[in-house]
Design a protein around this ligand. Structure first.
Ligand code: S3P
Length: 199
């Protein structure tokens, strides 16, 4: 068995999935566990462009997608291995999907059914696409994007079992993500912190 500690290939870790799947909360925990910096794509677009996500959408979705694609390109060009919470629609852009499939990126798809995600997704200022019928929106997005998320993903993590298992589901999901990263040899198990330190 190879010694995982000696052949680790650090990559950017990008969490993809629909709104409400937990990319931001889980991503922050993964970053803490593996000691990398976390970047939330929506927060970073606002910081770098000086415009809110909602304001970008006022110019139309294509304007937002262009800004989002540029941000993803810039983040993935950073020399420091980051943990990135992508916006739910990042995979809509073909160039981003291509970039996510490259060898210096590990993409993790946080998968949930539209029904489950619609029951927990919260309306927020950066989610102008979420109408008063979340189930319809999530179903449409799921139908359009599930294949894209799977196309870019190195690993798919099911979120529902962790929510059903009881307390602290986001930590459980983060721990599973880290285990998958260890299996993929992009994280050295010897450097992973214990969740107890942060909980
Ligand atoms: C979007 C998801 C949002 C945000 C924007 C568009 C989408 O990000 O980027 O409102 O198309 O699914 P989160 O998935 O982080 O909520």
């Amino acid at each position: 068995m190879p010694d995982a500690g000696t052949d680790v290939r650090a990559t950017h870790v990008v969490l993809v999935g629909l709104m409400g799947s937990g990319k931001t909360t889980v991503g922050k925990k993964v970053a803490k566990l593996i000691g990398h910096r976390f970047v939330d794509a929506d927060v970073e677009i606002e910081a770098r462009t000086g415009r809110s996500v909602a304001s970008w959408f006022e110019d139309g979705e294509p304007a937002f997608r262009a800004a989002e694609a540029q941000l993803m390109e810039d983040l993935l060009a950073e020399p420091e291995a980051l943990v990135i919470g992508a916006g739910g629609g990042a995979v809509v852009t073909e160039s981003t999907r291509r970039r996510l499939r490259e060898g210096d990126v590990t993409a993790v798809y946080l998968h949930g059914t539209p029904q489950f995600l619609a029951s927990r997704v919260q309306a927020k200022a950066h989610r102008p696409l979420l109408t008063d019928d979340p189930l319809m929106v999530m179903q449409e997005m799921y139908d359009a994007r599930d294949g894209w998320y799977r196309e870019v993903a190195d690993v798919v993590v099911e979120v529902l079992p962790h929510h059903e298992a009881g307390e602290k589901p986001k930590w459980r999901i983060a721990e599973q993500v880290v285990e998958e990263l260890i299996d993929l040899h992009v994280v050295d198990p010897a450097t992973v912190a214990s969740p107890e330190v942060f909980r």
